[in-house]
Design a protein around this ligand. Structure first.
Ligand code: NAD
Ligand code: ZN
Ligand code: ZN
Length: 343
């Protein structure tokens, strides 16, 4: 079968022909119907040899996956052949304390979380091996191309917003930094779950247009005047919640400076920045957290939210043969919403 692989540190992405996987006990093989292109994949392929802490190479990329059940191993009981599904990506051990709550994203097993496309072969291929039927959720009548980004861009945003929900009541302001795959869904989740007015920041005017379409009340271009603009929108008070989907040093510092008293700052972006924390470094009572993906239960919740029609994922689709070029476009900031590869 064809697969898009990262084969060696620094090597270009390549479409190669590899063996189609067969399911072992408890495992499921999906025929992939859609695979999302996430910015985190760029962090994988841009990592130096010293910083590389992902799966052994060559590795098939793709950690946002939708498919139909094509083969099941012994002991798989709940999914019949042909069932359309979404894949929960942060595969944990399933039995540790965190996993017992469905928070496999924070699995404490020494082997850690082993997502497809990050630790083992992923979804940018015709077929995907899923380690357990526990990691599948029924797609129902949702369109796989529309829904595939819910498994990461949707789930990660949902988890971040849900944690900050006490700060998103009427009269509050939520700031979304970076209106890409994650950010444009996060705006809709804030609108669906809370009553906050949403301020969106991006460096691209097209992304700000998308933010408006998705329900942002205010859009701010991410230049040196952004901080002052955000201050004046909030009448000097600062915002109640910040979701930083860039996470660079620049955006983390802006997040810290525009956060008001009691604000909740969530750093989701993998840009390596740090929010300065200390006495009078932040507004009093402000707190900062970083998050990784979300729980199995939260994936059910965000998919249910999509079933109500309140989440629109902006997608552009591409064949597998063009996947390497799609990553290049993402790196140049040219993808609006989420790019989805359809093998
Ligand atoms: P994306 O490329 O689709 O979107 C990034 C957006 O940020 C773009 O619209 C870009 O124009 C904007 N941007 C870039 N620099 C900016 C700046 N200085 N100020 C304002 N906006 C800026 O990326 P994505 O797939 O949405 O991922 C976003 C980040 O989240 C990435 O770092 C990714 O690795 C990370 N991520 C983290 C998790 C997690 O669990 N923590 C999960 C998924 C993705
Ligand atoms: Zn991702
Ligand atoms: Zn575990």
């Amino acid at each position: 079968m064809s697969a898009l692989q990262y084969r060696d540190i620094g090597a270009p992405l390549e479409i190669v022909d590899i063996a189609r996987p067969t399911p072992g006990p408890g495992q499921v093989v999906l025929q992939v119907t859609a695979a999302g292109v996430c910015h985190s994949d760029l962090h994988i392929i841009e990592a130096s040899a010293a910083d590389y802490r992902f799966g052994p190479l060559p590795m098939t990329l793709g950690h946002e996956a939708a498919g139909t059940v094509a083969a099941v191993g012994p002991g798989v009981e709940h999914f019949k052949l042909g069932t359309p599904v979404l894949v929960y990506g942060p595969w944990g051990c399933g039995v540790c304390h965190e996993c017992s709550y469905g928070r496999e994203n924070y699995c404490t097993h020494p082997d850690g979380v082993r997502p497809p496309g990050i630790a083992v072969d992923g979804a940018m291929a015709e077929y995907l091996l899923v380690d357990s039927e526990r990691h599948l959720i029924p797609l129902g009548d949702l369109d796989p191309i529309q829904a595939v980004a819910l498994t990461d861009a949707g789930l990660t945003s949902y988890h971040a917003v849900k944690r900050a929900l006490p700060r998103l009541g009427a009269g509050s302001f939520a700031l979304v930094i970076g209106v890409g795959g994650l950010g444009h869904i996060a705006i809709q989740i804030i609108r669906a779950l809370g009553a906050a007015r949403v301020i969106a920041v991006d460096i691209s005017p097209e992304k700000l247009d998308l933010a408006r379409t998705m329900g942002a009340d205010h859009v701010v271009i991410g230049d040196s005047a952004a901080e002052q603009t955000i201050r004046s929108i909030t009448a000097g008070r600062g915002v109640d919640a910040v979701f930083d989907f860039v996470g660079s040093q620049t955006t983390a510092e802006i997040a810290g400076r525009v956060a008001g008293t009691h604000a909740e700052i969530t750093v989701v972006g993998v840009g390596g920045g740090a929010v300065p924390v200390g006495y009078r470094r932040l507004a009093f009572e402000a707190s900062v957290r970083s998050t990784f993906w979300g729980s199995r239960g939260e994936l059910w919740e965000v998919v249910d939210l999509a079933r109500t029609g309140r989440l629109q994922v902006e997608v552009e689709t591409h064949p597998l043969a063009d996947a390497a070029e799609v990553y290049a476009r993402l790196a140049r900031g040219e993808v609006l919403g989420r790019a989805v590869v359809v093998p």
